[in-house]
Ligand binder design. Structure first.
Ligand code: GLP
Length: 258
């Protein structure tokens, strides 16, 4: 499936989450043989945000019995706020711990996360990059920022960017305010994996839900590929599936492949 992104459209909210879960489990199944041959893990990047929450609920409710896959599952952080204590509930790693990793009994030894409180951010980024250089990402599940960001690769991020510390854009501060009850609670700096590593993922699933994402999804699919819109990088990647709900597909979208 080395082609342009495949667009899958879900007619409603419930269908969006079941479709996402089915496609995600299919990807895990495809990675299983490769991982088993090496007796190694399946390395999976997972996003935070409101969009993937239904997928996580679906995986816990209907796919938790696939211990053959979950026992190989290894979570790799996509992004996280910087400068917070390890037990801060705003950390994306703690959010995912609550919403998917603990419920699926993924042990802490199967998690590669940012040390938000690392004394040297540059050493912390180098540590992540060294791990990714060695093992790569098997499956990247991604969300789409309303400004076209991927992880926290904000507009202007180079397609070969490495892991780094970034200052959240005004758009991202505003979007993240919804998670924490106001913009004053949103940390201003964050770590993000770079597009350089994300673009090498063996399979990628992009989740896009809601009419507020229609404009940016349309631009991601049709604007010139450019660092001004980081999500256009997905059009240069292999094995990308975009799962969108009807609301995120603007009326202008040419007859999509479902
Ligand atoms: C944050 C995260 C992104 C996520 C985005 C979309 O900015 N850093 O990784 O994709 O939110 O969030 P939502 O799904 O709530 O729109």
């Amino acid at each position: 499936m080395d082609t342009a992104p495949t667009l899958k459209i879900a007619p409603n909210n419930a269908a969006f989450h079941t479709l996402a879960a089915d496609i995600f489990m299919g990807a895990l199944d495809r990675m299983q043989d490769r991982a088993a041959a090496k007796n190694g893990p399946i390395r999976v990047v997972l996003p935070t945000g409101s969009t993937p929450l239904g997928l996580y609920r679906e995986l816990i409710a209907h796919h938790a019995h696939r211990r053959d896959l979950w026992d190989r599952f290894h979570y790799v952080a996509l992004d996280d706020y910087a400068g917070l204590a390890p037990d801060d509930r705003r950390l994306f790693s703690n959010w995912l711990d609550r919403d998917i990793l603990k419920p699926l009994s993924i042990p802490s030894s199967h998690r590669t996360i940012f040390n938000s409180a690392a004394p040297s951010p540059s050493a912390e980024c180098a540590r992540m990059d060294a791990l990714l250089d060695e093992s790569g990402i098997d499956i990247a599940v991604l969300g789409l920022g309303t400004n076209g960001h991927i992880g926290f690769n904000e507009p202007g991020s180079a397609f070969d960017a490495q892991t780094r510390l970034i200052h959240l854009s005004a758009d991202s501060l505003a979007a993240n305010a919804a998670y924490w009850g106001g913009i004053d609670h949103v940390p201003h700096t964050a770590y993000t994996l770079g597009l350089g590593h994300i673009m090498q993922a063996r399979e990628t699933i992009l989740l896009v839900q809601g009419s507020h994402k229609a404009d940016i999804l349309h631009r991601m699919l049709h604007d010139p590929i450019s660092t001004a819109l980081p999500a256009t990088a997905l059009r240069r990647m292999r094995n990308v599936t975009i799962i969108a709900d009807q609301a995120a597909i603007s009326a202008a979208e040419p007859s999509p492949q479902t």
